[in-house]
Structure formats: structure tokens, C-alpha cells
Write a protein that binds this ligand. Structure first.
Ligand code: PLP
Length: 444
């Protein structure tokens, strides 16, 4: 693209758009604008190709511009653009729910549709509270999250979440929330390949919290099986199983937030499959439509669903939902996404690639600034030594340099997080780590 064409692609006035989770002033001085995307690459306003090392925001698991999904959405918008979500239905919503329910480990067989990960989290928390009440356990109103957890940005999600910056300015939010410790333990586990050996005992924090508050006050525990947004924290071996056992012993629901791990990221359809641990509720979004149309889904067990199906038939059983729950475009996109995943074996592809990915990632150990490397499935993290007194600056420099060099990475704190589309080739994995190596050598 010529300079003139690039200038035309970048609007003159960038001021009005208050960008989310963005350093607005920095961005507006030197905008990074995508104008196209195909398979593993974005096209910038200047006409450069950028390798997608992050599947957008952990969502474009099938890659970009996939024909089946594009056609399905185009067709759907012409056929049925919208149907009321309350007291009305459309066939694709039921088809999708049935297909998804069949993918989740039993007995997770009912689906509530939302439009984002944040909405999925708030929905799951509300279902958990309402369920406890429905089964005569109305004193169970407490929700337990984990330090360094990210559960989106709704008031429920930030309350159970454990990111200080996301909570600091918003007052007391939900009361009756407590947190267990995160499992990140670099002193014992740095540079672990896959699941860390040490730290299953962090799950026993839950016992302490239960003893402190009494089990009769606790409705649910929510964790990300692999914490993504706070820098890729892989659960220690046995940790999630232990959490499940403790929840079972005390009548507490276990919620897995699989907004990132769902839909093939670990080489299994869901993290619940990977770890062999079945929670009571699962929150998802992102990969459900490969990021093409906003959509989220909460999965729950039959026992939870059935607990609501009492009372007169004409009564609404759960006072919750969104105008755009099961939006026809989202359903069409999701069905075509599932077709694409199935046809190309994408939900298990990360299992085949993970060893190659792991070797390439850990080869960066000798690069400047690197203090830890972590991985699981097609997720990787490179943690950098922060610049003294200027946390996050070094990783942000890496992000800018990588973008200039044709690679999209994501940073959180001083951690570089990588999660490419599941269609990535071995040659592209080599390219990704080759570029990152050069970036790490180039930054201060
Ligand atoms: N939960 C987890 C584990 C996430 O990683 C995210 C987003 O990254 C969310 C919830 C929130 O999703 P959304 O941004 O779609 O609201």
C-alpha cells in the first residue's frame, strides 16, 4: 500500500474513541491499525503483514477470514437478522446448544448463551447463587475467587477476580467474596515445561477459607484452569483435582472459567478434558465463534438445570438473560466454527504441535531479560525482568518492536503471552520464535 493509501486508511480524528484496556494517548500518537486479516496474518493500514501470535485476543482459534464462517454469517444476516431472545426462539440456537452440550464432558449438558466472557462469568455466578437457593441452601451466598484471576470486567467478575488494577477504583463491589492464593511459584517451578511439579497444596487454601467462613456460607469457587490474562499461570500437577475434591466434600460448586482454554487451546476441546476434572459450571466465549461474532456460553450440569425446572410451567425459571443471547448471527458463526474445527481437527491439533511449540519457546531461555518461560498446549509465556522502577515498560517495548517486525504478541505486566490460532504451521512457529528472539535482543 502506498503512503497515500495508508494515510487514507487511518481516520483523521482518533480522539472520540475511548479505547478499552489501551494506553490511549500513546496509541493515538502512533496508531497501529489493522485493515484486513486472512488465516494467520493481519494486514496493517500500511499494507504490512503481521503474524498473529495471539489469535486476536485469544479468540480467533480457527484463524482469520475462514470461508465457511464468513459464508454462514453472510447467509444468516440475509435470512434472519434477529429474533427476540426472550419467550421466542430460532432453530440454530437449539442446534448449537445441542452440539455444544455433546462436546462437554458429561454431565455438563445445558447451555446458557451470553455475548462475552464477562457476561458468561456474571451469568455463572448468578446461576450458582440461584441454584443454592433453589435447593434450600440459601445461606450459601459467598463466592470464592483466586489471586491473579481474571474473570472479565463485570462487577461480579472483578469481585471474584484478583487483579488489583481492575478492582482498585471501583469501591467495594460484591460483598461476601474471598480469594485463595494463586499457584505461581517461580522459586520452585521456573522454566517448567508443561504442568509444574510443585504446588498442588495451594488448593488446600480453600480448606482454610472454608474453615474461616463455614461451608454453609459458600456457594461457589471460580478459577481459570490455566490463568491466561495475568501472565499464563499453569496449574501444578494435581491442583485442580484437589480443588474438585474439596468442593465435593463441602457442597460447593466449582466453576471453570474456560474463556481462554475452551475450544482447543490445550489440545483437547476443553481444559476440563485436559485435566480430567469436571466442574459444575463452565464459562466460555472467544473461541466459540473463533472471535467472528461476539458470543459466550455457560455450561451447567443437568442437576443444576433441573433444580430450576419446578413450579408452574408458565413461570420464568431464571430471571436472567440478554437481548442478544443466542443472536442468530452468533449462532450461525458458532455452528460454522464448530464445522471448521471438526473438519480440520483443530480442537486436538494443539496436542500434536505442543511439543514443537514447547521446544521453540524454551529455546528463548538464553535471550536477554528472560527470567521464566511457561507453556501448555498452544499457550506460551516469556517473563522478562522488569526495568527497575518502571514495571511493564520492557514488555511494552517488546510488543511495539514485535509489531514493527511483523509479529503480534500480547503483554501483561512484564510477561509476553503467546496463543496463536490453532492453524499455525511449524514454519510459522519457527518464524514467530525467530522474530521474538530478535526482538528480545533488540530491546533495552
Ligand atoms: N474470563 C477469562 C478467563 C478471560 O480471559 C476473559 C478475557 O480475556 C474474560 C473472562 C472476559 O471476556 P470478555 O472480554 O469477552 O468479556
Amino acid at each position: 500500500m502506498s503512503d497515500k493509501a495508508a494515510a487514507a486508511a487511518i481516520p483523521n480524528n482518533l480522539e472520540a474513541f475511548w479505547m478499552p484496556f489501551t494506553a490511549n494517548r500513546q496509541f493515538k500518537k502512533a496508531p497501529r491499525m489493522f485493515v484486513g486479516a486472512k488465516d494467520m496474518h493481519y494486514t496493517t493500514a500500511e499494507g504490512r503483514q503481521v503474524l498473529d501470535g495471539t489469535a486476536g485476543l485469544w479468540c480467533c482459534n480457527a484463524g482469520h477470514g475462514r470461508p465457511r464462517i464468513v459464508e454462514a454469517v453472510q447467509k444468516q444476516i440475509a435470512e434472519l437478522d434477529y429474533a427476540p431472545a426472550f419467550q421466542m426462539g430460532h432453530p440454530k440456537a437449539f442446534e448449537l446448544a445441542a452440539r455444544l452440550a455433546a462436546m462437554l464432558p458429561s454431565p455438563l449438558d445445558h447451555v446458557f448463551f451470553t455475548n462475552s466472557g464477562s457476561e458468561s462469568v456474571d451469568t455463572a455466578l448468578k446461576i450458582a447463587l440461584a441454584y443454592q437457593r433453589a435447593i434450600g441452601q440459601g445461606t450459601r451466598t459467598r463466592l470464592i475467587g483466586r489471586e491473579r484471576g481474571y474473570h472479565g470486567v463485570g462487577f461480579g467478575g472483578i469481585s471474584v477476580g484478583g487483579i488489583v488494577a481492575n478492582r482498585r477504583t471501583f469501591g467495594t463491589m460484591l460483598t461476601g467474596v474471598d480469594h485463595i492464593r494463586h499457584t505461581h511459584d517461580p522459586a520452585r517451578n521456573a522454566f517448567t515445561r508443561g504442568e509444574p511439579e510443585h504446588g498442588a497444596e495451594f488448593a488446600d487454601d480453600l480448606i482454610k477459607v472454608i474453615q474461616l467462613h463455614d461451608p454453609s456460607t459458600i456457594a461457589a469457587v471460580i478459577v481459570e484452569p490455566v490463568a491466561g490474562s495475568t501472565g499464563v499461570l499453569i496449574p501444578p500437577k494435581g491442583y485442580l483435582k484437589r480443588l474438585r475434591e474439596i468442593c465435593d466434600q463441602h457442597g460447593i460448586l466449582l466453576i471453570f472459567d474456560e474463556v481462554i482454554t475452551g475450544f482447543g487451546r490445550l489440545g483437547t476441546p476443553f481444559a476440563a478434558d485436559y485435566f480430567g476434572v469436571t466442574p459444575d459450571l463452565v464459562t466460555t466465549a472467544k473461541g466459540i465463534t473463533s472471535g467472528v461474532v461476539p458470543m459466550g456460553a455457560v455450561f451447567c450440569t443437568k442437576a443444576i438445570y433441573d433444580a430450576f425446572m419446578t413450579g408452574p410451567d408458565h413461570m420464568i425459571e431464571l430471571f436472567h438473560g440478554y437481548t442478544y443471547s443466542a443472536h442468530p448471527l452468533a449462532c450461525a458463526a458458532a455452528l460454522a466454527t464448530l464445522d471448521t474445527y471438526e473438519e480440520e481437527g483443530l480442537l486436538t491439533r494443539a496436542a500434536d504441535l505442543s511439543r514443537y511449540w514447547e521446544d521453540g519457546l524454551h529455546a528463548l531461555k538464553d535471550c536477554p531479560h528472560v527470567i521464566d518461560i511457561r507453556n501448555l498446549g498452544l499457550i506460551g509465556a516469556v517473563e522478562l525482568e522488569p526495568i527497575a522502577g518502571e514495571p511493564t515498560k520492557r514488555a511494552f517495548s517488546a510488543f511495539l518492536k514485535a509489531y514493527d517486525d511483523g509479529l503480534l504478541i500480547r503483554t501483561t505486566g512484564d510477561i509476553i503471552a503467546l496463543s496463536p490460532p490453532l492453524i499455525i504451521s511449524k514454519a510459522q512457529i519457527d518464524e514467530l520464535f525467530g522474530t521474538l528472539r530478535a526482538v528480545l535482543h533488540a530491546i533495552d
